[in-house]
Structure formats: structure tokens, C-alpha cells
Ligand binder design. Sequence first.
Ligand code: KG4
Ligand code: ZN
Length: 341
Amino acid sequence: MMFWDQPVLGIETSCDETAAAVVVGRQVLSNVIASQVDIHAKWGGVIPEVAARQHVESILPVIQEALTQARIVRPAAISVTDRPGLVGALSVGVSAAKALAKVWGIPMVGVHHLEGHLLSPWGDPDLRQEIDFPLLSLIVSGGHTELVMSGQPGEYQHLGGTIDDAAGEAFDKGARLLGLGYPGGKAIQNAAESGDPKRYDLPRALPDDPHNFSFSGLKTAVLRLVQIHGSNLNINDAAASLQAAIVDVLVKKTVATAELFNLKTVCLVGGVSANKPLRTQLDAECIRRGISLFVPPFDLCTDNAAMIALAGSFRINRGETTSFDVEPKPNAPLPGMIEAR
Ligand code: KG4
Ligand code: ZN
């Protein structure tokens, strides 16, 4: 049993989603998200001050809604993202967690945002098979592109990652250059559906390095496309070519790393794991090599509180709780995440 059998309320406010959720074991009873995307879209990105203020407005209604949907009056514990993220944004979730845990007389546990993403595949209601260790996780989000090996639950070894931009950033910056708006991943995916991925030649960086990525050259290459072709640039073809360049490298390096370490289980997590071509292409390559691939359902890919509740449930089940004087930490590595290259 990896998770606690009591209801855990999860709270996530590390960036631009105010989210609350309830899980019991690995079962997700509710998963409520108040997205700030429309507000930040106006500015083309997240403004920390604006994000924090929105969290303050949304946090209590979102928590109330998560409890109501789960038909829970008082959870047995609270799990909250306390690291890493925007400090003002994190503070809102952490303060709410402390106050509610004190009032209800229940324990709280502060969890790492990335551990939430890493455990998100367990929240899949259609999961029919054990997720066996050791395993390799590819975390792809707006801030991260990391290959992480887990010998056993809760143990993380960093094998490599991006040396500059994250994969989600490459989608977002590319979308902005192509005039497709923010956030860019879904917009690129939609435009790419009717585009030709071979139309424009975009770079695949660090071809001989199995665990490290570089995506900053892509934004320069897309900028050049825009400058050279001007209004003749076919946006759908450019989006398809950009998506292919990102997905190709992610798939190739993930399976290469799995083979190198002889890992038979792979998890694909983080906001970019919502990308359909990435899911299908990684699935095909894993099947070919006898690797089991686990990907969370769409509502557990981008930031959400169900994954935070799962991470808390996992930690509490091991007897770990956090004291009420905990402060949010804007920068903090994953627990036990040692680099091995
Ligand atoms: O995990 P997440 O919600 O937030 C962070 O922790 O960063 O990831 C957000 C990222 C954004 O860069 C967004 O463009 C990307 O995930 N994303 C996608 C898709 N949906 C979200 N990228 C590609 N295809 C998608 N369908
Ligand atoms: Zn995230």
C-alpha cells in the first residue's frame, strides 16, 4: 500500500492555478481548479503579484468546492505544495493549509511540486496494472524537463535534464512567436493538427547525449522562420514542425535512457504530457521495446491538487508530517534527488 487509506485534502498554489482536491488512497474523489490562464493571457505570461492576489480570492471557495464534491466535511490530513514556486503564490496555499489544519486539529504535510507530478500516474482511475519499480520518469512542464530514476517509491535520482529552456517553455515561446497566444502547448498542438511537420527544418540539439536536453535554439530557429518568411509563413506547418522537433527529442532520449539503465517502466508526467503526439509516439516506442508506459489522465497532467494530495497521502502513510511553522521555499530540490551523470 503506497497511499494512506484516509481522506487527504490537497492544496496547490505554486504558480497560476488555485487548486484543491480530495483523495482516499489513490482514488481521486474531487479535483477542482480555478485557472488564472485568462487573466495572465492578457500579459502573455504569469505576473507573480497578480497570481498571488487571485489565489487569495479563489482559495477558500476552491477548497469548499473540493470538499463538497468529495462529500467530505473534515479530511484526516492536509497536503500542500510548499516548494518550489512563486513565493507569494505558495504562501497563500501554505497559510490556508496551516489555518485549516489547526482549526480541524489534523496533521499537515508540505510536499514538493515535482513529487506531485511524479506520483500523478497513480491517480489514473483506469490504472489496471501495478506500476513497478525501478522506473524512469520524464517530467515535462513549463519549468522542467527532467529524467528521474526511482529505485523505489519516494527515492529519486536525477539522471539529466534541460541545460536551458524547459520543453513547455519551448512550446510557449514558439507559440508567442507564431502569434498563437498563451499558454502555448495546447495552441501549438491544435494548429499542428492540420500542419506538415516536415515543412520546416528545426534543430534537434545534443543528439549524442542520452539524458540532457537543450531547447533554447528552437526559439531562435522559429524567430528566424518568422523573419525569413514573414506573412508567407504557414503557421500550421510551423507549429507542426516545432512540435515534432520537441517531441522527437523527448521520445528518443527517454527510451535511450530507459534502455541504458535497463528500466522496464516509464512514467510521462507534467503539463507537456498532455500533448497527444508525445503520448502516442512515446507509447509506440515503449511498446516496441517491451517497456510499460504510464501517463496520467489529462486532468492530472497540468498543475492540479489531486497529485499534491497523492504526494501527501504517500508521505503521511510513511509517518511524515510537517510542523506548523513551515515556510514556503521558492527554490528547493526534490527530496533525495541526487544528480548522477
Ligand atoms: O505542469 P504545468 O501545468 O505547470 C508547471 O509546473 O510548469 O505545465 C505547464 C506547461 C506549459 O508550458 C504548457 O504550454 C504545457 O505545459 N502544455 C502543453 C500542453 N498542455 C499544456 N504542451 C504541449 N501540449 C499540450 N497539449
Ligand atoms: Zn507543474
